[in-house]
Design a protein around this ligand. Structure first.
Ligand code: HEM
Length: 430
């Protein structure tokens, strides 16, 4: 029997490899990981993983992870449980489904166009700086409302959200038994307090704005005060901007690697983008190639690369008995790259089916991603608009490797940006 904590060194060195190796060397649906005093179980069978995620939350729900991050991010969809969670999820969900996102189509197209223009002027893309910022801007349109925040508000918010994210990432990767210096702890508390005050300040301005979003109106109608609303908004922004920003990085990387694919998507963009301006996304739904490309990128690099669930009641799943306090890990990263489930799992292929039970980039069940429609929409629009106008050449040496943090990040990279040839000809002709 392996010792408690015996997987910690391998997990700290390369958690992505550890998950794949452990699943591959285990026949059962539950592969043990020795990361604490008790083993936790990686659920490697996709049907069992889905069953776990859909299990009634009174018996299986988010557990100690939530307790670790709740003091940092506050009480929100990310950290609440039970009725508190389901009532707010209901209120937010009513306003972030595809139709409400479509209502902001013009604004989102305009933001991506500004990004394209800026890239052309700069001739350079810095993925770490530029992409999360673009994703942040797009998320702000849905979360706060068209024109409800100023550029200055968004700068304040980005910095505040980054402070909280840094504290969350540090807490998740810190060994629990290591003491913390009082000075470091004081400084962190002070920074977090300032970040929360900043977010509340912006929220008060948004609440007073006639342009505030349906999301904010829905949360107000659910009875949330400034403090609670600020925590919800913080949760949405934390969950929404690095995930989408990193996925954009992978999209660009594969466009740069495969100019033929970039051109085929550009041709699709030429066909569909013109018809999108009347807040009608019917044409986007027909854009099969860009849809498949985004699906495949979400398979290869699922930004939400793992999640965990804890037992709150004794439960038997697939013949295995679990007791209260046992923890299960479900890792889209592992399910999406398991050679038993996918043909050439590490290759980008555009001829796969995404109806497989193993495909879970946005999770499933009560805690599935609330931002799925926003993310899907942003990513497909992004890849179409970017391919139709720009071409990328990687300047950073070496192939990019996924960087596991709270989310699966795209490593900091620089690209040379030029205009797509046919766009150049189109402009000449005009
Ligand atoms: C490529 C983009 C994205 C990916 C891959 C992604 C993935 C995920 C996954 C896998 C979960 C489920 C975690 C679990 O089961 O524990 C999740 C939850 C969540 N996501 Fe996303 N997400 C993305 C974008 C967004 C966006 C744009 C937003 C909001 C603006 C968002 C907000 C949330 C929230 C609030 C939760 C927690 C839901 C709950 O616990 O009920 N996400 N996301």
């Amino acid at each position: 029997m392996p010792l408690p904590f015996s997987d910690v060194p391998a997990f700290r060195r390369d958690p992505l490899a550890l998950l794949l190796d452990r699943a591959a060397s285990n026949e059962s649906a539950f592969a043990p990981l020795y990361l604490g005093l008790r083993p936790l179980w990686l659920v490697t069978d996709p049907k069992v993983a889905r069953a776990v995620l859909k299990w009634p939350s009174a018996a299986i729900d988010k557990g100690s992870l939530v307790q670790t991050i709740a003091p940092l991010v506050g009480k929100s969809l990310l950290t609440n449980k039970g009725l508190e969670h389901s009532s707010v999820k209901e209120a937010v969900h009513r306003h972030v489904h595809r139709n409400s996102v479509v209502a902001n189509l013009d604004r989102m197209i305009a933001i991506i166009n500004q990004f394209v223009t800026r890239m052309l002027v700069d001739g350079r893309l810095d993925t770490e700086k530029d992409l999360p910022l673009l994703a942040f801007q797009l998320a702000c349109v849905i979360v706060f409302g068209h024109d409800a925040t100023s550029a200055a508000d968004r700068t304040l918010l980005v910095n505040a959200v980054r402070t909280v994210e840094a504290a969350v990432a540090a807490s998740m990767f810190r060994l629990p038994f290591l003491p913390r210096w009082p000075g470091e702890l004081r400084r962190e508390t002070q920074l977090l307090e300032e970040a929360r005050e900043t977010i509340k300040f912006v929220i008060r301005r948004v609440r007073a704005s006639e342009h505030k979003s349906d999301v904010v109106r829905g949360l107000e109608a659910a009875g949330l005060d400034d403090e609670a609303l600020a925590a919800e908004v913080l949760g949405l922004l934390i969950a929404g901007h690095h995930t989408t920003g990193a996925t954009m990085g992978w999209l660009i990387h594969h466009l740069a690697e495969d100019p033929e694919l970039a051109e085929m998507i550009a041709i699709e963009a030429d066909e569909v983008l013109g018809g999108l301006e009347e807040n009608d996304d019917a044409r986007l739904k027909q854009a099969q190639l860009s849809h498949t490309f985004v699906s495949e990128i979400l398979r290869l690099y699922p930004a939400g690369w793992w999640t965990s669930r804890e037992m709150f009641k004794p439960v038997e799943i697939d013949g295995k008995k679990f007791t209260v306090g046992d923890t299960l890990m479900i890792a889209p990263w592992q399910l999406h790259r398991d050679a038993r489930l996918w043909f050439q799992p590490h290759e980008m292929r555009l001829d796969r089916s995404y109806t497989e039970p193993a495909y879970v980039p946005f999770g499933v069940g009560a805690r599935a991603c609330i931002g799925m429609s926003i993310a899907w929409f942003e990513l497909q629009l992004f890849v179409l608009q970017v391919s139709s106008a720009l071409r990328f050449k990687r300047l950073t040496a070496g192939a990019p490797q996924p960087k596991p943090s709270i989310t699966l990040l795209f490593p900091p990279s620089r690209y040379e940006v030029t205009m797509r040839d046919s766009a150049l000809h189109g402009q000449d002709a005009a």
